[in-house]
Ligand binder design. Structure first.
Ligand code: IPE
Ligand code: IPE
Ligand code: MG
Length: 251
């Protein structure tokens, strides 16, 4: 079936008229993968792919916003990605600084509220402040929440939560799921309803390992720099067809 065309406005009246399958997931989390393969297919170096992938982000935020998705988490750099060649890590770090510098004011105007999950202490002070300033600037925006997962690892997140519980002196009997959840980086954010992975991989790669316990998973062979409206329509349509049972019997 051809994908319905989208209205060009960023504030559509009815998401269904915009080619979005109802009901939309409240929270979509994306593992943006395949930048390296995208560049290799063009005979370019991996950083060329990362630049193209980064360029794609603005458009994707807009498209999900038009579909009334309220939370969009983007996995941009994992704690394991430090093991990549130094030059690639440097390029990826530089890219986040450039994007923040270039995009934050525009995102603010468009009603984006920015969040960060991960360990910011690994970033140099200037970059850390850039992230914190962007979060502060956009904190009252309500159109769409964009959660940047940078230097994020799901296991490390749980370790940090446990450390905090111990620091607070919480007794073993007082620890329940709520106690852990409220100490995760994602405290205050809803769990993802839909996890999307590009580039055909079928794994979580340490992404939201706690929060995605009951998320629906959708993967596309499309490489991240090529991910666009057609894939979003396909993912949201697939999601709309799923029956979420959360362990119960649903007839
Ligand atoms: C995703 O693209 C970006 C990051 C993980 C930072 P990759 O760089 O993993 O691309 P492939 O998987 O090598 O194609
Ligand atoms: C996952 O992609 C991390 C991000 C998209 C930031 P990777 O390319 O690092 O994952 P693996 O190594 O293929 O599992
Ligand atoms: Mg990859």
């Amino acid at each position: 079936m051809p994908s319905p065309s989208r209205a060009s406005t960023t504030h559509p009246v009815d998401p269904a008229e915009n080619g979005c399958a109802p009901p939309p997931p409240q929270h979509v989390a994306i593992i943006m993968d395949g930048n390296g393969r995208w560049a290799r297919a063009r005979g370019k170096d991996r950083n060329f792919g990362h630049r193209a992938g980064t360029e794609n982000i603005r458009n994707i935020i807009r498209l999900f916003g038009e579909c009334d998705v309220r939370y969009l988490t983007l996995y941009a750099f994992s704690t394991e990605n430090w093991s990549r060649p130094k030059s690639e890590v440097r390029a990826l770090t530089r890219l986040i600084g450039q994007v923040l510098k270039r995009e934050v004011k525009k995102m603010h105007r468009e009603g984006v509220r920015l969040h960060h999950i991960g360990r910011l202490d690994a970033l140099d002070e200037g970059l850390r402040r850039q992230v914190q300033d962007a979060i502060e600037l956009t904190k009252d925006n309500e159109r769409i929440n964009v959660v940047l997962a940078w230097n994020y690892g799901g296991r490390g997140e749980i370790v940090d939560a446990v450390r905090q519980l111990i620091t607070e002196g919480m007794g073993a009997e007082a620890i329940d799921e709520q106690a852990i959840e409220s100490r995760l980086y994602t405290s205050g954010l809803p769990d993802p309803d839909l996890v999307i992975r590009t580039a055909g991989e079928m794994r979580l790669s340490n992404f939201l390992v706690w929060q995605a316990a009951y998320a629906e998973f959708w993967s596309t062979p499309t490489l991240w720099p090529d991910f666009g409206a057609a894939e979003i329509d396909a993912a949201l349509s697939a999601y709309a067809e799923r029956t979420r049972k959360f362990g119960a019997v649903v007839e």
